[in-house]
Every structure is written in C-alpha cells, then in structure tokens.
Write a protein that binds this ligand. Structure first.
Ligand code: SAM
Ligand code: SF4
Length: 344
C-alpha cells in the first residue's frame, strides 16, 4: 500500500515536463561539505554554505516525501559528501518507510567512500541495495594528490564493508587526460576481480576555478573506449537508465562497463531526472542554470499542495537539453557552480 503525505488523500497525476518526459528520479544533495577536495570538483579554499541555508533533515524528509507522492520512484542521495553530514542515517531511516510502503523503488547514494566502513551495515538495514563509490585511482599517492586530503585505505575498507553488508558497489571514475590512461586497465582488472561494476564519466565544465583546467583534462570516452577495444572485445548493451550512461560488456571477462558522456553524446531526450540542492533549489537540468527555490515555499507554508504546485511549475520549465559543447575546444555552456553544489 502506498502512503501519501497528509495533504495528499489520493494518488497524484505523474510528474511530466513540457516534452512529455516522465520525471521519476530525484537526486538530492544533502550537504555541500566534503572531507575531500578533488581537483576537478572543488577549489582547495572552497567556502561552504552557512548552516541556516541548508535544509534540515526534517525539511529534506518533507520535500522528498512530496516528490515520492508525485511519482518519484528512485532517490539518490549525494552531496558534497553525504556521509559527512551528521545524523544523515536518520534521513535514510526516514526514507526507508517509502521503500516499505512500495512507493519508492530504490534508495541509493553516491559517496567518496571515506565514511562507508562505519555506515555500510546500517545503510543496508535501511533498504539501500546499491552504492556508487567514486574512485579514480588505486595508487595511494596519486589518490592523495587528486583528492588533496583523502586517503585510499579507508575508501577501500569502506568498499569492503559495503560488500560485506550485501551492497552492490559501482565504481565511478572520472576520465582525466594524462591520468586515467594509466589507471584504465588496473581499475578494470580490480573491478573484475572484486565483482564491482565500473563506470567512466567524462569531466564536466563545472566549478568556481573556471572551466579552463577541466578542458585541458578532458579525455573523450571515445578514446577510452578505443583503448579498451585494443585489449577486449566490446559488446554494446541496449540497457538504458534514462540517463547519460551507455554500457558495453567485455566479452572476455563478462564485465559490464558504463560510459557517461554528457559532453560528446547528447542524452537529454530520455532524461527522467531532476536535482535538488541542499538549499532546496530544484535544477530540472544539470547543465542549465534555471532553478526554482523550493526552500522558500517549504519555509513559508506547511501545506504540501503549495510544494506540489511549485514542483510541477519547475518541472514544466525543464529545458529540452543542456548547452555543453566541447566541439570547438572551449567550454561553451560551462557552469560556474561546483559539482558539490548540485550533486553528481
Ligand atoms: N562526494 C561524493 C562522491 O564523490 O562520490 C558525491 C558527490 S560528487 C559531486 C558526485 C560525482 O560527481 C563523483 O563521482 C565525482 O567524481 C563527480 N564529479 C565531480 N566533479 C566533476 C566534474 N567536474 N566532472 C565530472 N564529474 C564530476
Ligand atoms: Fe568531495 Fe565528491 Fe567533490 Fe570529491 S567529487 S570533492 S569527494 S564532493
């Protein structure tokens, strides 16, 4: 039986945008803070938001519950680093009631893994079945250099704890020119041996440092794919998640490899997702700056119907697609905000 928040006595019409795309996937950033400073994500001297601007756990619960009542069936918790937020497990516990009711099909998270060892078992108890862990290298010194203040050992321990708790692990690796080339085969082999899925992501032109450095590090996945094809037979898979990922299977090992190409491949047509920042801004599109301030509505009224109206109005404005364009070697369409703001 599906439970609805108090204002909703009966099921609501599905969330659909102006291009007839059904919105069923919400990515929610629960903090902009992080214990790492990955060079492609945030500046070393990043200034975090004042706490009063960030949604409380109760506000996050109310907002996400309205989304679920409006037909969101997949909720991904991200950040910043979601597991550095104090009491964040309370939020997972609260969301698990929507899994129990059947309204939510999947509750999941994206994490840097640094805190996973101490939270994995409880995440599993909350109904989390899969976790995405970001990992760009298996070399401890390179890991420290790239994350500026992260350490590899606790991340590997966290991944082990997640597996021991019964969670499926997907490794997300940002493809970086002059860096990932050396990591490609070690990561593929390690994921194969450990039984983790692996997805490569093209670097996106985000962040307060400006996009220039990121353009220098852009390594098109067409190149990465060609390099993989020199060692393995690649079998394209039809599977689609409504997102920017495409999948291939390595015939020799049976491994499935995801390739996320937001820049060189336009994935917008089937987009089913929206993003909520930790300050309650709703981004209908990752690559456009148009947002709606749901926090203002949330704090102005206890009436969930007002939230529903604001959400529907925001989704009606979801653009057809993003403007990223690397074709001229520049970062046209680049965004000044960091990825930790919108959540990856
Ligand atoms: N802290 C968590 C983590 O690192 O997994 C969750 C938030 S992080 C912003 C989410 C994802 O965004 C990570 O996989 C990270 O590698 C990716 N990311 C960050 N900046 C990026 C960029 N400029 N281009 C592409 N991916 C980026
Ligand atoms: Fe933190 Fe994730 Fe950004 Fe790295 S990618 S700085 S771990 S939010």
């Amino acid at each position: 039986m599906i439970e609805f928040p108090s204002a909703f006595a009966k099921p609501r019409p599905a969330l659909t945008d102006g291009f007839c795309r059904r919105i069923s996937y919400l990515r929610v950033s629960v903090t902009d803070r992080c214990d790492f400073r990955c060079t492609y994500c945030m500046s070393e001297r990043v200034r975090f938001l004042p706490r009063k601007d960030v949604l409380s756990l109760e506000e996050l619960d109310r907002l996400c519950s309205v989304f679920v009542a409006l037909g969101v069936t997949k909720l991904r918790v991200t950040g910043g680093e979601p597991l550095v937020r104090r009491d964040i497990l309370q939020f997972f516990r609260a969301m698990s009631r929507h899994l129990d009711s059947g309204a939510l099909g999947e509750l999941t998270l994206t994490t840097n893994g640094s805190q996973l060892a101490r939270h994995a078992a409880e995440l599993a108890a909350c109904g989390v079945r899969r976790v995405n862990v970001s990992l760009d290298t298996l070399d401890a010194a390179r890991f420290e250099g790239l994350t500026r203040r992260g350490r590899l050992a606790p991340v590997l321990e966290g991944i082990g704890a997640a597996r021991a708790a019964g969670l499926r692990v997907k490794i997300n690796t940002v493809a970086l020119k002059g860096f990932t080339e050396d990591e490609l085969f070690p990561l593929v082999e390690w994921c194969g041996a450990e039984g983790h899925d692996l997805t490569f992501i093209e670097i996106m032109p985000f962040g307060e440092d400006g996009p220039e450095g990121r353009i220098d590090r852009f390594w098109p996945l067409t190149d990465l794919r060609a390099r993989l094809a020199r060692r393995f037979t690649l079998q394209p898979l039809a599977q689609s998640t409504g997102g920017p990922a495409r999948y291939v299977r390595l015939a020799e090992t049976g491994q499935k490899i995801g390739l996320i190409t937001p820049l060189s491949h336009n994935f917008c047509e089937g987009c089913n997702r929206v993003r909520l920042t930790c300050t309650g801004e709703l981004y209908p599109c990752l690559g456009q700056d148009g947002t709606s301030d749901l926090r203002a509505v949330l704090r102005a009224t206890a009436d969930d119907r007002a939230l529903e109206q604001a959400i529907r109005a925001a989704i009606a404005r979801k653009p057809r697609g993003h403007d990223f364009d690397h074709s001229c070697g520049t970062a046209d369409g680049a965004m000044r905000r960091g990825m930790n703001h919108t959540g990856g």
